[in-house]
Design a protein around this ligand. Structure first.
Ligand SMILES: [Zn+2]
Ligand SMILES: [Zn+2]
Length: 271
């Protein structure tokens, strides 16, 4: 999500393979969100990446990539699948889909939600046996959510599996003011990563520069009933982010400060 100039150092530090399946989501065309992208693509080519790379972002992002790679004679060893951001679903892969909504910033900007596909319910072999379904092909059909017929009787997947297990949902605001639309858009996220450029009390500055305060992020997280909030995009004026987190926790207790390399466990909604 976004590609600042430090991105390649993070790839190295976290041992993320340059050839792995990957989708890059870019929220808007401010330098701190895109300047790392070109260098990353170049390094991927040096590493002989061949797999296509998904990039989602404002339509102008593709123009910037085309113009700069042309001027700098950068040839890529892999195809880019570019998905222009617009409100609604912008990308579907085997594992998840990405939806976009308009953010409220000084230039065109998008927020994203990444949603895992739901998984079929847990399969109960004892129930299948009790209904006389022989192990093998028919079991696998039922596990995939399809009904089968055994000696003239139809067996529904719901008879032998638990309830469908919803996938996890992660939201990312990019740079934005809070808005009602974003409350709806992020509703029920298991993790929400939200703009927290300023601390509460600096609302005036936040309004002026089209960012949010930690307090506003917490209020939005509460309204959207998310499970966990990670504050990010802190202004350089705050050497320590503890004050922003403490303030946010008074409104939304399950708040953490995002930091380079920080790992958060995101549980499944039904767990
Ligand atoms: Zn910005
Ligand atoms: Zn920014």
């Amino acid at each position: 999500m976004d590609c600042g100039e430090g991105v390649q150092r993070r790839f190295l530090a976290e041992s993320i393979g340059l050839g792995s399946d990957m989708t890059i989501l870019v929220t808007h065309l401010h330098g701190d969100h895109v300047t790392g992208l070109l260098g990353l693509l170049q390094t991927m080519s040096l590493a002989q990446r061949h797999k296509p790379l998904n990039i989602v972002g404002p339509a102008k992002l593709l123009r910037w990539l085309e113009v700069t790679s042309d001027l700098l004679h950068i040839g890529l060893t892999f195809p880019i699948r570019f998905c222009p951001a617009k409100p609604g679903t912008v990308l579907r892969t085997a594992g998840f889909r990405v939806r976009a909504a308009r953010a409220v910033h000084s230039i065109e900007a998008f927020a994203y939600v990444v949603e895992e596909h739901s998984r079929p319910g847990v399969f109960h072999p004892d129930r299948a046996r009790a209904l006389g379904v022989p192990e093998g092909r028919l079991w696998s059909k039922l596990q995939k959510g399809r009904a089968v017929t055994v000696e003239g009787r139809r067996v529904e997947p719901s008879e032998v599996t638990g309830p469908v297990r919803p996938g996890r949902k992660v939201g990312y605001s990019g740079d934005t003011r809070p808005s009602q639309r974003l409350v709806r858009f992020f509703s029920g996220c298991d993790l929400l990563i939200f703009d927290s450029t300023f601390k509460g009390g600096d609302e005036e500055k936040a309004r002026e520069r089209k960012h949010s305060t930690s307090l506003e992020a917490a209020e939005l997280a509460k309204k959207a009933a998310v499970r966990m909030l990670a504050l990010t995009h802190f202004s350089a004026r705050y050497i320590r982010t503890g004050v922003l987190v403490r303030e946010a926790r008074r409104v939304f207790p399950n708040t953490v400060a995002a930091a380079d390399g920080k790992r958060l466990e995101v549980g499944y909604p039904s767990e």
